[in-house]
Design a protein around this ligand. Structure first.
Ligand code: CAO
Length: 453
């Protein structure tokens, strides 16, 4: 005769309530078969049998409060289908509570040997100890030394599963980089790191958006409260996200555009014939699309989830447009294939559409790099926020005449202040200034575009 007693249920769990008794006298019980459903203060647990044989007597009822070690039922091991050897009892893992308290999960000590498949609770009548989490929904854990139960399960060694459980990672969510997609220890660690990063980012963003309640300003004077427009909300969310996820560096420099300005003025009449006004913004679009060919890391996006960098082979430039509804960034597609007249026309058309609320979703998508020119209004410099998932943005401030020391004397030159913000995760400081110098040289000597662009 063998006995089944309430096994260890997890750290700090001494007792539980029986929700269901899944066996009765006369039943043939197999080892690992679920025999009880217990409710603890942390979770609902299915408890597997560590004995097999014919049930002789059941000593508990549904609703009973039971304690660890308490006798539940006895079996006649010689009964039909009795298969469990006595020594199995010691090797049986205790039920594991994962979702309710991942960091404290007690883990059965087992060898690496047979790599088990994880158990998905909803899909199997799991013979392994299973935990239902009442709040987060059913959650399943794998138990070492159990036979494979589910196909398409994440392939991972027991030690990997154990680590995942201990640090609260769902192994089924981890991308395996081992042979045949096998999940390695490092994959679990990386996944955990990313989870934490994302959680922190989300917290930061939430903190931004759900700030502490404002004081009652009306105590100090008249106020008016109006709802944020959609554009304002989206702008706030998008910029908060970019600010919290991208480590920004802003590099400042100035371009001498004296010659360029002379050319721009002399060319104004010709440009008019094409129906456009030639502006420094249009020229910059052309220059930036060429510079990105020389510096491909500026035409990229960072994928921290997969630890990859996506390099784009197309050159779409977004232009920040100031409208009465807020900031809108329409995108000039394939700017590298256009001449400056065509770019000017496109900027005018898109800016017009943006200001008349006619801009379509397609006009706003697919950008690789953004230019934000505040110089028509003023300013000596500013620190633009990278338009995520792009990795760089060029801010342009007001060009003005400055004394520049050339060949032993000061000369009045028209200097254009530029502010390049970039994502320091993939762009190093040296590359940042190289890129900006390339842009400046192209502004100062347009032949560079013809030769190198
Ligand atoms: N320095 C000095 N003058 C400048 C200049 C600069 N950096 N940029 C433009 N100008 C001048 C132009 O040469 C033009 O002068 P003229 O009439 O004498 O030729 C005048 O300012 C107006 O230019 P524009 O604004 O019509 O044309 P643009 O192509 O330079 O700019 C656009 C187009 C859409 C970028 C601009 O209208 C705009 O909306 N700028 C604001 C962008 C913005 O809000 N950025 C902030 C984003 S972050 O909040």
């Amino acid at each position: 005769m063998k006995q089944f007693v309430i096994p260890e249920l997890g750290e700090n769990i001494q007792s539980a309530t029986i929700v269901k008794v899944l066996i009765k006298p006369g039943d043939i019980v197999q080892q690992d078969q679920s025999v009880l459903e217990l409710e603890t203060d942390k979770a609902t647990i299915e408890v597997p049998s560590d004995v097999s044989g014919k049930v002789v007597e059941v000593k508990v009822n549904e609703g009973d409060q039971v304690e660890i070690g308490q006798l539940v039922f006895t079996v006649d091991a010689d009964g039909a289908a009795a298969t469990a050897p006595e020594e199995k009892k010691e090797a049986q893992p205790a039920p594991v509570v994962e979702a309710a308290a991942p960091a404290e999960t007690p883990v059965p000590a087992t060898s690496e040997a047979p790599a088990p498949a994880p158990v998905i609770e909803e899909q199997v009548a799991a013979p392994a100890p299973v935990v239902n989490t009442p709040v987060a929904g059913p959650k399943v854990i794998a138990v070492e030394n159990q036979p494979p139960i589910l196909q398409n399960a994440a392939p991972a060694a027991p030690s990997v599963r154990r680590l995942a459980r201990e640090i609260g990672v769902d192994v089924n969510q981890v991308k395996g980089t081992g042979p045949g997609g096998r999940i390695l220890l490092d994959d679990v660690k990386l996944h955990s790191k990313l989870m934490h990063q994302q959680r922190n980012e989300a917290q930061h963003i939430r903190a931004e958006q759900h700030q502490q309640p404002l004081p009652d300003f009306s105590k100090y004077g008249d106020v008016e409260t109006i709802a944020m427009s959609n554009i304002r909300q989206k702008t706030a969310e998008h910029l908060s996200h970019a600010w919290h996820t991208i480590p920004h560096v802003t590099q400042f420099d100035k371009a001498d555009i004296t010659q360029l300005e002379e050319f721009r003025k002399s060319y104004a009449k010709t440009a008019e014939k094409f129906g456009v006004k030639l502006t420094v913004t249009a020229i910059l679009v052309k220059i930036i699309s060429s510079a990105m060919k020389t510096f491909p890391q500026f035409n990229a996006s960072v994928d921290m989830q997969n630890k990859t960098i996506v390099y784009k082979k197309y050159f779409n430039i977004g232009i920040a447009v100031d409208t009465e509804f807020g900031l809108i960034v329409p995108v000039i597609k394939n700017a590298d294939r256009m001449n400056i007249i065509e770019i000017s026309k496109e900027i005018n058309a898109l800016a017009e559409k943006a200001r008349n609320k006619k801009v379509g979703v397609a006009d706003l998508q697919g950008g690789c790099f953004t230019i934000t020119n505040l110089g028509g209004i003023g300013g000596t410099s500013f620190t633009p926020i990278v338009n995520s998932p792009e990795v760089a943005i060029l801010g342009v401030s007001k060009g003005s005449i400055e004394p520049v020391y050339i060949n032993g004397k000061f000369e009045p030159r028209l200097m254009l202040p530029l502010s390049l913000s970039y994502d320091h995760r993939i762009i190093d400081g040296a590359d940042g200034i190289r890129f900006l110098r390339w842009v400046i040289e192209a502004l100062e000597n347009p032949m560079k575009l013809i030769i190198e662009g």
